[in-house]
Ligand binder design. Sequence first.
Ligand code: NAP
Length: 285
Amino acid sequence: MNTSHHTISGQAKKAGVIGWPVGHSKSPALHGFWLNEYKIDGAYVPMAVKPDALAAALYALPVLGFVGVNLTVPHKEAAMGLVDEISDVAKSIGAINTIFVRADGRLQGTNTDAFGFMENLLQNHAGFDATRGPCVVLGAGGAARAVCAAMIAAGCPEVIVVNRTLARGQALAHHFGPTVKAVEWSKLNVAMSEAALLVNTTTLGMIGRPALELDLSPLSKTALVTDLVYSPLETGLLAAAKRRANPTIDGLGMLLYQAQAGFEGWFGVKPAVTAAVRAHVLSPP
Ligand code: NAP
């Protein structure tokens, strides 16, 4: 069991997550597990920061000696205007979820969600190859942008965004260019019939939210199905896909792999994504 808290010295490396609210975040439990696992002299703390105080909080990071932070709702877009450098992938997604404080105090913003999404597929589906066929993305919010960026970078020939609000899907397609096209929800069956990968990035299916009710019959039995929602771990979509024997991947891996990238940059160790860390993150606080 990985439960004991190691000692933190005066030289401990400090990181954390900034959100408003932040109490629901699983990141402190996740990074805390890895800090224990690798006996790193470090700390990862939750920081509740109101939107109008984000600039003050970020500018304080080098002053306080932080190595970096994660950003969560509602700060990911606002941080784009506050950091010194923005990585290409964060520019393409239009949001920052990870900041590295450089030795000279400069703030480098990036986004590890696209990496986390793709790594989850690559690690859990042997031979996954994004170039093999179209990807259908349900939803057009921040998570959908990360998925589009990942699929384009991996060479997916076509990304079809299906969103309740067509205009938001179209804006996303416009942002990413010709590989991404937006269709209305009523065209979902046609889109699904071509898909090699089906991804839910909407909030539907989350505990406390309405269910995602889909008829999967147009979908090829070989299409991979994944859900970014990981609470519950097995969503209605994943259960329905499993019943017809489609391969499925849950959304928890995306969270773990996006965190792996930040942890490695801050603490200098690439942490392993294991069954133990999955179980720890899923266990109630
Ligand atoms: P967001 O920006 O608020 O977007 C929400 C999306 O859900 C929009 O496309 C919205 O459609 C759609 N939606 C909401 N209610 C709907 C309804 N009743 N019917 C149809 N569509 C509906 O949220 P986000 O930041 O993209 O996050 C989306 C989900 O991904 C969340 O569950 C989040 O926890 C999860 N996520 C997981 C990971 C991970 O690591 N696994 C990472 C990031 C996000 P409209 O445009 O029509 O409103």
